[in-house]
Design a protein around this ligand. Structure first.
Ligand code: ATP
Length: 364
């Protein structure tokens, strides 16, 4: 296994910068997810690690060595693609053993190793079949087996679970989590699914428009999202964001918005700096930190019910503050609330996130 690093990497396609001045380090044995919306530069970044794209400027290092201009076959990496990229005319044994064949291993040795990996992935009984004769989940495991058959320094995954149905996807995710802990592999995993990133990563790099906007552990990203973009991208459902008018009053911070009642918050230097740049702040509250408020609750948000989705053990209760500004609570209730009925949701002051007028987190 090996570390990976980007140093001021930019990749342009003509005038367009798909990846813009990105630097980050991935430690030996880390599982890093590149997370972000479609087109943010995740796959391009992964392909630069693989050597399938060359940076326009900057350096890519693997195991401390500058590999920026190395051919893919001269980097000891294994890659799992979204569409599995299995050879249709080869049976599973030959597909899985292919990386060993390329490296000149003898037939008996490579088939023994393919069987070993296939057994671990529970496809050992299918080795004579062609890819067209197995299910999507089995194809996914075959492509994983092919990546694992030869010890690589770094494993690269490009949305490998996106073609699976929801149940198989969860199962495969659990398996990958197990594998990572078991093998301690260095892995870079591209996904736009925040739940997948949260479940698998030791660290997540959240990307937006070719840049990394936050690089931290899943729990840090959940607890302290660096921007409103990150706050809105991570969490299911995502964090509620409410635009508020902020003033300093009596040495305390007062926040105002339609339907919002909130006790004054203590002023800090960071809030003072944010207020100097603009009085329009954003208040963030996660759905799981809202509940139906009791009478006299100090911090509440009130609006008519927009939707009440019963999910079994919990409901998603969404209220509509007008002009599409909605707030969702994840609560444990099977109470019937009629559409349009006024609902008051309460929250604790220590679950409040604050962002400045540019959308940057105001540190606590
Ligand atoms: P997705 O989740 O949709 O795969 P992504 O975050 O992986 O998105 P990339 O595939 O890295 O995004 O693409 C980033 C941007 O670069 C996109 O706007 C894409 O259209 C552009 N791009 C990627 N490859 C090329 C190319 N070969 N030529 C021109 N533009 C490209």
């Amino acid at each position: 296994m090996a570390s990976v690093a980007f140093s001021k990497v930019t990749k342009s396609f003509g005038e367009f910068k798909a990846v813009s001045d990105v630097s980050f380090d991935i430690g030996d044995g880390e599982f890093v997810c590149l997370l972000g919306p479609s087109g943010c530069g995740k796959t391009t970044s992964l392909r630069m690690i693989a050597g399938l794209e060359t940076p326009t400027s900057g350096q890519v290092m693997i195991g401390g060595e500058d590999v920026t201009h190395f051919h893919p076959k001269d980097r000891n990496i294994a890659m799992v693609f979204q569409d599995y990229a299995l050879y249709p005319h080869m049976n599973l044994a030959d597909n899985i053993a292919y990386p060993l064949k390329v490296r000149g291993e003898a037939v008996s040795k490579r088939h023994a190793r393919a069987k070993e990996v296939a057994d671990v992935l529970k496809i050992g009984h299918l080795l004579d079949r062609l890819p067209s004769q197995i299910s999507g989940g089995q194809q996914q495991r075959t492509s994983l087996a092919r990546a694992l058959v030869y010890p690589a320094q770094v494993y690269l995954f490009d949305e490998p679970l996106s073609n699976l149905d929801a149940k198989l996807r969860l199962e495969a995710r659990g398996f990958l989590n197990h594998l990572q802990r078991d093998m301690g592999m260095t892995a870079v995993y591209v996904t736009h699914d925040q739940a997948e990133a949260m479940a698998l990563a030791t660290r997540i790099a959240v990307m937006d428009q070719g840049r990394i906007v936050q690089y931290a552990s899943p729990i840090e990203i959940y607890r302290r999202p660096a921007t409103t973009f990150v706050a809105n991208f991570v969490g299911n459902p995502p964090m509620n964001l409410v635009e508020v008018e902020a003033t300093k009053d009596d040495g305390k911070l007062q926040l105002k918005a339609d339907g919002l009642t909130i006790a004054a918050l203590p002023m800090t230097d960071a809030i003072g700096t944010a207020l100097a740049a603009g009085s329009k702040l954003t208040l963030g509250i996660r759905p799981e930190h809202l509940d139906v408020a009791g009478a006299g609750a100090p911090n509440t948000i009130t609006a008519p019910l927009f939707a009440n989705e019963n999910m079994g053990p919990e409901s998603l209760v969404t209220i509509d503050r007008g002009e599409g500004a909605r707030v969702t609570a994840r609560i444990f209730t099977d109470d019937h609330i009629a559409l349009g009925e006024t609902v008051t949701l309460g929250f604790a002051a220590d679950h409040v996130h604050l962002f400045d007028s540019a959308g940057k987190r105001i540190p606590e």
